[in-house]
Design a protein around this ligand. Structure first.
Ligand code: ATP
Length: 233
């Protein structure tokens, strides 16, 4: 299993108000799967992803990712866990503006014990010809491809994607999804992806639907479709 949540709770407290962002969540997902999380705004999707990725801590229950119990880890161990296992792709690309495309990608390789070749990954994401440009010289899709390259060059076992196509048009978005699907197939990387686009669920092996901090439905898909056939909603 790539990750197991057992009765996980996460409560945000703002003054007197308590928001149960994860309310007794249990799920187990297999290695090498594409898992898509759907649900309305505020349903707990990002909280789930952040807890699974070791960015945030649960308040109760057990979280086991790649066989490691995140609940028992201190901050330093969580940092090492993220470095070893996790790649992150967010809607905002978070590239370093003073570094070129290639240098941004190399920052991903530098923190890994077993990185992939930056040349190979730049080629895979179609950014070799732009590798000496700076982020402000790139389109949104090119910036997202650079961010993906930086995440995958470290060879993570799980890629956490929070709305990776949210800011992109259909054509560029589908290219990014194809790339994510290709990474899943070639490297066996588990993909955990949040989206507001229900069409993207058709390319997943598992679809998790969330509402009010709970998983209300888990659907297994025996025949995920190629990303380019995704219905863009
Ligand atoms: N740092 C925080 N402090 C207080 N409340 C928070 C915090 N982060 C999230 N919440 C609350 O927890 C709940 C779940 O938020 P979360 O971001 O996980 O939802 P989401 O499904 O990812 O939403 P969206 O689709 O809008 O990104 C929401 O009610 C949100 O307001």
């Amino acid at each position: 299993m790539s990750f197991i949540f057992e009765n996980v709770r996460k409560i945000y407290r703002t003054g007197e108000v308590e928001v149960p962002a994860l309310n007794d969540v249990s799920i187990a997902c297999g290695k090498g799967e594409i898992i898509v999380i759907l649900g309305p705004s505020g349903s707990g999707k990002s909280t789930f992803l952040n807890v699974a990725g070791g960015i945030d801590r649960a308040d109760g229950g057990q979280v086991t990712v790649q066989g490691e119990n995140l609940h028992e880890m201190n901050d330093r161990q969580l940092t090492l866990f993220r470095r070893k296992h996790a790649g992150f792709i967010f809607q905002s690309y978070n590239l370093i503006s003073a570094l070129t495309v290639r240098e941004n990608v190399e920052t991903g390789a530098d923190i890994s014990d077993h990185p992939l070749s930056p040349d190979e990954i730049l080629d895979k994401v179609g950014m070799s010809e732009h590798q000496h440009k700076f982020p402000h010289q790139l389109s949104g899709g090119e910036q997202q491809r650079t961010a993906i390259a930086r995440a995958i060059v470290k060879n993570p076992s799980i890629l956490f994607c929070d709305e990776p196509t949210g800011a992109l048009d259909e054509e560029t978005g589908k290219k990014i999804l194809s790339l994510i699907q290709e990474i899943n197939v070639i490297y066996g990387t588990t993909i955990l992806m949040i989206t507001h686009n229900p069409g993207i669920a058709d390319m997943a092996h598992t679809v998790m639907k969330m509402k009010s901090g709970k998983i209300i439905e888990t659907v297994k898909n025996e025949a995920p479709i190629p990303a380019e056939q995704v219905k863009w909603v």
